[in-house]
Design a protein around this ligand. Structure first.
Ligand code: CP
Ligand code: NVA
Length: 305
């Protein structure tokens, strides 16, 4: 088993399925008022270089619910790369706490924290990947449809969320269609890795420039913001590039029974209409809730004694 959770591509299909099964079990227990304290006495450090609502709150609440504790670290306190190196931060934290969830701009910095520290490092989002989001997404999908039969269509920017979904499809073998402008395709190396994984899992992966082609007959339609954190200066230009990629009732005529997914935060009226986000087929708040349950399973797997 890997020490860290940096990318779903490092984990086997069986291991990811076991995490999803444990997440569903923890969710069920929690609904019945049971919170097994499997991480009693354990501590998680949380380092965020970018804003967060869901990831921060669900990791912190998750640790509390499992009987452990979480400490929030801000970049201005820690100063990775200015006050001291990532390696020294990782070596210090490894002497005190049991795990670190980190949200960094640079994926390489996250890898360095994991390489130089002896504790479990969890990816809380980088510019390249968002694997904890993908796990919550798959838990949400599996609550509605057998994952093996699900057809996911992702429409919008080929960003960290799209990249992690591609790798998840590659490992687990479900169908994923991605529609992005040609200029904003998913990361080429990630796509190649997902295709390599798909050769053994049987995943069907499709990239198209045409959102209608991707969405037609899909059972889930997923989108994310057009300008990710750190790309705010490009927002105006991106609004023009992505104008034809909005999830709205017109596009959803191609998949009238599809469930709507969005990792949130949403930029209402940009990548998704209010009607789609608030409509009866939207399951975006189940998805947000499932961040908690999916991450509790990951925390248990990596931090339990
Ligand atoms: N979906 C997600 O990661 O949300 P936050 O940025 O609020 O953590
Ligand atoms: N792609 C978005 C995801 C936010 C959860 C971003 O990186 O800002």
């Amino acid at each position: 088993m890997p020490k860290d959770f940096l990318t779903v591509a490092d984990w086997s299909a069986d291991a990811l399925r076991a995490l999803l099964a444990r997440a569903a079990e923890l969710k069920d227990l929690s609904k019945r008022g049971e919170r097994p304290p499997t991480l009693r006495g354990r501590t998680l450090a949380m380092y965020f270089e970018k804003p967060s609502l869901r990831t921060h709150v669900t990791f912190e609440a998750g640790m509390t619910q499992l009987g452990g504790h979480a400490i929030l670290l801000r970049p201005e306190q820690v100063g990775i790369g200015t006050r001291e190196t990532a390696g020294d931060v990782a070596r210090n934290l490894s002497r005190w706490v049991d795990g670190l969830v980190a949200r960094t701009f640079s994926h390489e910095m996250l890898e360095e924290l994991a390489r130089e520290g002896s504790i479990a490092v969890i990816n809380g989002l980088t510019d390249r990947l968002h694997p904890c989001q993908a796990m919550a997404d798959l838990l949400t999908v599996s609550e509605r449809q057998d994952l093996d039969r699900a057809v996911l269509a992702y429409v919008g920017d080929g960003n960290n969320v799209a990249n992690s979904l591609l790798l998840a499809a590659g490992v687990l073998g479900f169908e994923l269609r991605v529609a992005t402008p040609r200029s904003h395709r998913p990361d080429a190396a990630v796509y190649a890795r997902a295709e390599e994984l798909a050769r053994s899992s049987g995943a069907r992966l499709l990239w198209s420039e045409d959102p209608r082609e991707a969405v037609r007959g899909a059972s889930f339609v997923y989108t994310d913001v057009w300008a990710s954190m750190g790309q705010e200066a490009e927002a105006d230009e991106r609004r023009k590039i992505f104008a034809g990629y909005q999830i709205n009732s017109d596009l959803l005529r191609e998949a009238p029974d599809a469930w709507i997914l969005h990792c949130l935060p949403a930029h209402r009226g940009e990548e998704i209409s209010d009607e789609a986000l608030d409509g009866p087929r939207s399951i975006v708040f189940d998805q947000a809730e499932n961040r908690l349950h999916a991450q509790k399973a990951i925390l248990e797997r990596l931090l339990a004694p």
